[in-house]
Design a protein around this ligand. Structure first.
Ligand SMILES: NC(=O)c1ccc[n+]([C@@H]2O[C@H](COP(=O)([O-])OP(=O)(O)OC[C@H]3O[C@@H](n4cnc5c(N)ncnc54)[C@H](OP(=O)(O)O)[C@@H]3O)[C@@H](O)[C@H]2O)c1
Length: 268
């Protein structure tokens, strides 16, 4: 694959660079990074052995793809030189809520712009990223996008208007799962377990159930039914979840996150 430049060198850029190197999807010599103060870029370069560019010109010279990985608010003050420096290049943005039309103002001559919404398990290669384009993507660029996003885990393409729903489900989703883990742990303590024991049981149950679900690749309801004997213990528990409309709570949770995402990206 050809050279990939990271604009911004924080958590996300680090996850991409480490993932690409770990999967041997790119050699160190094909990656370079840059950050505003140079601090995080120095840390990333030191950690991974990739080049720290000292200027945007150096960052983009010879690069085929630019991964934009600073904070969404940095877009408004991005260096105007980026317009020419990204001419003919593929731009992949991870900026939450920034629409392709706004990215186009900063990168007007890019050959294509890809908007993505990764999630935090991407840090360990177990992420799921929703992504979109609004202009046709060449087969080569699609392969590049798949390789870059593959560094974080899995990826699914959606239409741009669905990015707020993606944010509500998988972008914010890890936090719902962490909250569920905490609730299961606290419930274990309420049921009489020591906190550490309850935490271990909760975490391993989540992990094991998620792995089983992924391995079997069937509807979650099917696996749920397999552990639910009529009038048994699980049945008793599930009845309480239904009585308190657990699914309704999750639906409201996702719709609230989606609505907030729409609000935040309204003019951007
Ligand atoms: N973390 C996630 O799971 C996740 C999920 C979805 C989307 N995102 C998106 O990922 C993006 C990055 O998040 P993060 O957690 O990686 O942030 P972060 O760790 O705070 O890193 C931000 C980086 O941006 C650099 N920077 C700031 N202003 C810049 C400028 N004008 N030009 C170049 N670099 C600049 C900073 O450099 P210095 O500090 O060295 O100056 C730093 O390297 C955000 O836009 C967020 O919406 C993150």
């Amino acid at each position: 694959m050809s050279m990939i430049a990271f604009l911004g060198s924080g958590n996300m850029a680090t996850a991409f660079a480490e993932g690409l190197l770990a999967k041997n999807a790119a050699p160190q010599s094909d990656l370079r990074c840059f950050s505003a103060s140079g601090k995080s870029a120095a840390v990333l370069a030191e950690k991974t052995g990739i080049l720290q560019a000292r200027s945007l010109v150096e960052l983009l010279a010879g690069a085929d793809t630019l991964v934009v990985a600073f904070k969404p608010q940095h877009l408004a003050t991005a260096d105007p030189a980026l317009a020419n420096l990204t001419e003919g290049k593929l731009v992949l943005s991870v900026l939450a809520g920034k629409k392709i039309s706004s990215l186009r103002h900063v990168f007007p001559r890019a050959r294509n712009i890809v908007r993505t919404m990764p999630n935090t398990p991407g840090q360990i290669g177990a992420g799921i990223t929703g992504w979109c384009v609004t202009a046709p993507l060449s087969a080569t660029d699609r392969a590049t996008v798949e390789t870059i996003l593959g560094a974080l885990g899995k990826a699914v393409e959606v239409a741009e208007p669905q990015m707020d729903a993606v944010t509500g489900v998988s972008g914010s989703g890890p936090a719902y799962v962490f909250e569920f883990a905490a609730a299961l742990r606290d419930a274990g303590v309420a049921a009489g377990l020591a906190p550490e024991t309850a935490q271990t049981l909760a975490v391993e149950t989540l992990l094991g159930a998620a792995r089983l679900l992924a391995r079997k690749n069937i509807e979650p309801e099917t696996l749920r039914n397999q552990v639910t004997s009529p009038n048994g213990t699980t049945f008793a528990g599930l009845q309480r979840m239904a009585a308190r409309d657990f699914r309704g709570v999750i639906r409201e949770t996702v719709l609230a996150a989606k609505a907030r995402s729409e609000e935040l990206s309204k003019d951007s």
